[in-house]
Ligand binder design. Structure first.
Ligand SMILES: Cc1cc2nc3c(=O)[nH]c(=O)nc-3n(C[C@H](O)[C@H](O)[C@H](O)COP(=O)(O)O)c2cc1C
Length: 213
């Protein structure tokens, strides 16, 4: 049985479109699996610790040489990474904030990008400088935005620091099988937005079907 990790990063506890998308995923997943294993990681409505002096000192030295304070500084990172290792399927809801991701998601990314834990450096290989250490995982990225036109070739593409950023960091840690569903125009209650929502829900169900076959 595949294990699912659902990560929500919207600061909105209610009426959040990205939470709605992760919910649609979970509902559909439950409808097709007899004993679903689903774990949640809340980011948007909790304090995600920022990395600090002790964190950096600890992360870049062998585990056996870490002081107690350094071990403590990595505790949250250890938990987040073990959740990722444990999961086969990761479902991430990400609202666009100020053309990028929420600050809690950024803090989470800083916690999970750990040298020799989730990625390693390939010295001397300029073409291929990093190897990801998380293998055989599928990521569903559910992106929501107030405005529109952020996709490739569209008028707001140059303002989109969300999609490529997320793809890049997850690729670096070895997660390359990524499905993206984006809902645009959330702030405008127009026909286009409704179409976008309906299409995204259908898209999520189809993507799950594809992965499961
Ligand atoms: C603090 C904040 C910043 C935002 N910045 C942007 C932005 O840069 N571009 C955009 O298109 N929408 C922006 N929005 C709109 C959100 O992306 C939109 O409301 C989306 O639905 C948020 O996801 P959620 O419904 O899961 O909270 C912003 C919203 C908030 C609250």
């Amino acid at each position: 049985m595949k294990k699912v990790l659902v990560i929500n990063s919207s600061a909105r506890a209610h009426n959040s479109q990205s939470r709605k998308l992760t919910e649609i995923f979970v509902d559909h997943w439950k409808s097709i699996h007899a004993d679903p294993v689903i774990h949640y990681r809340e980011l948007g409505n909790t304090d995600v610790p920022h990395i600090n002096q002790n964190w950096i000192a600890a992360a870049f030295k062998p585990a056996s040489t870490r002081s107690e304070a350094e071990v403590e500084a990595l505790r949250t990172s250890d938990i987040y990474i073990s959740e990722l290792r444990d999961a086969d399927v990761i479902v991430l809801g990400s609202p666009m904030y100020n053309w990028s991701v929420s600050s809690t998601l950024k803090a989470y990314i800083d916690q999970i990008l750990r040298v020799n834990e989730t990625w390693k450096i390939n010295p001397g290989d300029k073409q291929n400088p990093y190897t990801g250490l998380l293998e055989n995982k599928t990521l569903f990225l559910f992106l929501t935005r107030g405005a529109q036109g952020y996709e490739k070739g569209e008028y707001n593409e140059h303002l989109n620091f969300q999609s490529n950023y997320l793809r890049t960091v997850f690729n670096i840690i070895g997660i390359t099988n990524i499905h993206v569903v984006a809902v645009n125009g959330v702030s405008f209650d127009g026909e286009k937005f409704k179409e976008s929502i309906e299409a995204s829900h259908q898209n999520i169900r189809e993507l799950i079907g594809m992965e499961e076959n």
